[in-house]
Design a protein around this ligand. Structure first.
Ligand code: FEC
Length: 304
């Protein structure tokens, strides 16, 4: 008889504005942080409009809501492990093992596999378990029908609210372009999710496109086009309004609240383009059911 637990993994976010330097250092993984880049990051978190003692991003709270809702839906313990903040993935795994769970399912709150993204979570998960339990790690859930369905519903909702002719731009976090040299499937999977969501929402091939967002200043080429340049190109092609549909993120956080809601929205305004975005799935009931469905399939595979 197995005793399963779910390790729910997320990017993680600083708890306080004062945590931002340590958080950024963690993301850089020992590589130096340019003081100007740190100042810029602190300014972006501050601009989200939160005072110094509160969490600068809603991400950790949304992750906790998701954890609690999944635990109720699945009826098994769900422990959160973060890639760049506390509680760490190793802490969550240790907690599950201490409670005697012998089967650990690993699920990341990001749908698309990449060697620089999900693969890193998987290594942290595997290193932490170190063979002490049976594991099932969900590598990718980017084409999950329930996920596609919930995004298409949100997209139809925004377009029905007065933006029926808007061009849809699907987005995801950019990554260094060097991933293409190793046959990484990130870009293809993102395009496939976009195609499936567009099809489910009844959006014609000419009425949608894809752009990356949130490139970091690391001094190397990143995957493009970047959404800010893409908006200008769309305007030059005669598009008058855009709905952004992030498919590579599932929660409200800095990359949504700043990069899209402030930066991209401002750029659109400057060039005379209408701009809106879908509501993020966060811990909404349809998102919880989609995630629970993915985990239930893993649990069924363990039991069979
Ligand atoms: O709201 C918050 O507090 C946290 C928002 C946040 C999420 C997120 C998701 C992803 N990232 C991915 C890749 C990279 C790569 C680098 C990188 C850098 C940053 C920085 C911040 C940051 N990321 Fe992030 N990411 C979030 C936040 N990310 C802050 C550092 C400053 C900046 O660039 O703004 C570059 C690292 C380096 O310097 O070498 C690469 C990917 C995702 C989506 C998948 C996932 O959630 O794991 C991919 C949320």
């Amino acid at each position: 008889m197995t005793s399963p637990a779910l390790i729910l993994m997320a990017y993680g976010s600083p708890d306080r504005l004062a945590d931002v330097p340590d958080y950024y250092a963690d993301i850089r993984g020992g590589r130096p942080v340019a003081p100007a880049h740190l100042d810029d990051l602190v300014a972006r978190y501050r601009a989200l409009g939160i005072d110094d003692s509160a969490a600068p991003s809603p991400l950790n709270a949304i992750t906790e809501d998701t954890r609690g809702a999944l635990e109720r839906s699945l009826g098994i313990p769900v422990l959160t492990g973060m890639r760049h903040w506390d509680p760490r993935i190793a802490t969550a795994v240790e907690g599950a093992l201490e409670r005697g769970h012998d089967t650990l399912v690993g699920l990341v709150l990001a749908p698309h596999w990449s060697s620089l993204s999900i693969a890193r979570y998987e290594s942290l998960f595997d290193e932490a378990v170190a063979g002490r339990a049976e594991t099932r790690f969900v590598r990718e859930w980017s084409s999950d029908p329930a996920f596609v369905d919930l995004l298409s519903r949100r997209l139809r909702g925004v377009r029905a609210a007065g933006l029926s002719d808007a061009h849809v731009v699907f987005t995801a976090h950019s990554l260094p372009a060097r991933i293409l040299d190793t046959g990484d499937t990130y870009s293809e999977a993102l395009l496939e999710t976009s195609r499936l969501v567009a099809e489910a929402a009844g959006i014609g091939e000419r009425d949608w496109s894809f752009a990356f967002q949130s490139e970091s200043p690391t001094g190397e080429p990143w995957l493009g086009p970047d959404i800010l340049e893409h908006l200008a190109a769309l305007r030059d092609d005669g598009v008058s309004a855009v709905v952004a549909c992030p498919v590579g993120f599932v929660s409200d956080h800095l990359e949504i609240r700043w990069d899209l809601d402030v930066e991209a929205a401002e750029r659109a305004r400057e060039i005379g383009l209408g701009f809106a975005r879908i509501e993020m799935p966060n811990a909404a009931p349809d998102m919880i059911e989609a995630l629970a469905g993915i985990v239930r399939r893993e649990l069924a595979a363990v039991a069979s």
